[in-house]
Design a binder for this molecule. Structure first.
Ligand SMILES: Nc1ncnc2c1ncn2[C@@H]1O[C@H](COP(=O)(O)OP(=O)(O)O)[C@@H](O)[C@H]1O
Ligand SMILES: [Mg+2]
Length: 58
């Protein structure tokens, strides 16, 4: 089993009553390239902001 590089579990982000992310998990192993391919508004930017520590601004 490869060693974990990055793991985050149960990620949540709300904008008022909008649940942009609810219980999202994200795992990366060394050497992996990860693509986020989902619909517009699915929460990609919110997720990347949280994972990168970029904070809450939109
Ligand atoms: N600053 C914000 N205020 C209110 N709603 C937001 C804000 N930023 C994002 N949202 C909402 O959160 C959801 C996810 O948005 P976002 O993370 O930008 O998705 P993506 O990058 O996949 O298009 C969408 O419903 C979007 O309208
Ligand atoms: Mg986006």
């Amino acid at each position: 089993m490869a060693q974990l590089l990055y793991e985050a579990r149960g990620i949540a982000r709300r904008y008022g009553h909008v649940h942009a992310l609810r219980g999202a998990d994200f795992t990366v192993y060394p050497g992996e390239i990860v693509a986020l391919i989902v619909d517009n508004g699915a929460g990609k930017s919110s997720l990347v902001r949280i994972l990168s520590g970029a904070g809450h601004s939109s």
